[in-house]
Write a protein that binds this ligand. Sequence first.
Ligand SMILES: Cc1ncc(C[n+]2csc(CCOP(=O)(O)OP(=O)(O)O)c2C)c(N)n1
Length: 610
Amino acid sequence: MKIFDSIFSPEDLKNINDLDALAQELRAEIISLVSQNGGHLSSNLGTVEATIALLKVFGEKKNAIIWDVGHQCYAYKILTGRKDKIHSIRKKSGLSGFTNYEESSYDKFKSGHSGNSISLALGISEFKLNFKKDGKVIVFIGDGSMTCGLAYEGLNNASSANNLIIILNDNSMSISKNVGAISKYLSKIRTNNIYLNTKYIIKKILSKIPNSGKKIDSFFSNLNIKLRNLLFQTGSLFENLGFKYYGPIDGHDIHAMIKVMQIAKKCNKPVLIHIVTKKGKGYKFAENKPDKFHGISRFDINTGNCLKSKEKTFSDIFGEHLCNLAEKNDKIYAITAAMSDGTGLSEFSKRFPKQFKDVGIAESHAVTFAAGLAAGGYTPIFAVYSSFLQRSFDQLIHDTAMQNLKIILAIDRAGLIGEDGESHQGIFDIPMLNSVPNIICYSPSFFDELKISLDLTIKSEKFTAVRYPKGAEFFKPDWLNKNFNNFDFYGKNRNLLIVTYGRIFSFAAKIFKKFSDKMSLLKLNKIIPLDNQAIIKSREYKNIIFFEESYINNSISEKFGLELLKNEFKGKFVPIAINNFVKHATMFEQLKEFKLDYDGMLEIIGKIPK
Ligand SMILES: Cc1ncc(C[n+]2csc(CCOP(=O)(O)OP(=O)(O)O)c2C)c(N)n1
């Protein structure tokens, strides 16, 4: 029997004598789990001990624990009553890979996007303070997430939150190496020799002091006062923001963390505990390559090799083609918000370091920075996952479109993305872009079309975007028009027209090939603005079905329907798109759920009168 088999809630931790052995068990469980289901391995391995300490000290329900991003919550899920379901993580109808209030009252929010934890915590803190509710509000946030502007908006408002405790998990990594001035600041604290020696002394002394919170508290207070001038000659950032700062603490030393958290529990002011951890801790392949194992699909535990064969993706093609373009154009400037690898920009960053910037998890800044670069004379291209672009809505409108500046958005992971669940689906970029005046957006279905789209965006004088999906291209028919026109009609039947764009065009094309006497097909390539000629021609059809891999409100299909009405279309128009948040499942299961796969399309088409 495993130690964690006897843990049904954090309360049960008090019966566990060997917490280090529990940590080892949890670690083995997480490695096995992620090797089978995929998931966020490195981050979870790095936070096992901190999770145990956190639940040992703050496990009572009156406390609120808020995880930033929430990708590091696997041990938390196991210890908060979900161990029996943990093997279903990231699978359809199983546990989410992030915190999720639908699963457990220990999870306060659904998480996934970085940097919002402090603001969320402050809201709960305010309520607790005003209504004299007991309990602390604890934020667990990584140093990568501390590159988000939103986190600082929270910190700037935290000085009176006397029930707030922030645990800053500093592993010097975001997905890849962390960037920016704050990261350098944390690194200075970590590497300062005096402090490292002091840390050693702290550990030595703490281990000799019995569980007397008061003594330890004054020990820490004195230590901080004495060291303050030595360590933070310009003043500690966090202390100046109104926090009591404890750290850096060894984030793999459960007992040191428990002691410090107990002290923090007694403080009557906001506290920041700075723990230092190793991303990927305890699994050599993840320790050596924490970025590769940050988010990983199924792998072989013995070799660390992925079980899924690596096929070319849209992100790869984007990265390669942008390198080709930059060879001949030193005005191209690529930006990522902490996703160089995911967006295919790693090679570009090495080959064109002067034309590249990782701005950290700062999507709003990235867009406005791009606008500034454009104003200065560059051709900036911001490669960003669709769901993270949601952070930049005002920057698209006010800082870019309204200024009539030419920037390019390379919108990756557009459409359904699978197991990462509700927070990560790329289904809101189109509704956003449809609200940005004068933007142009292309939606390639295939790799070669992505390259052509990029060429068009670079040549354009306007604010442009290209949206493309996660992973590889689907089946490509050999009968497609060779030119990348704004739109292309196929077929002669006037009873039924199927309209679509992006990768799901492949399904529609297969159906068309089979039933070409019963339907016609319209492939859109330029989706914003809609080409009026496509609308005019579509009026000739009796029935039109529009399949779209986007959220439906303010979608392309909605616009298409409106334009048809304006142009006195008299037939039947059926938009099939996504009408809600999309839960975790495989991408194909999700396409099926929304009738956007081959079978789903056939089913909808079958309902149209012949
Ligand atoms: C707004 C937003 N942009 C990008 C991401 C993708 N992302 C997930 S985790 C992560 C790195 C987080 O680093 P850190 O907070 O230090 O946690 P660690 O994984 O190192 O434990 C990034 C960039 C995200 N979740 N949210």
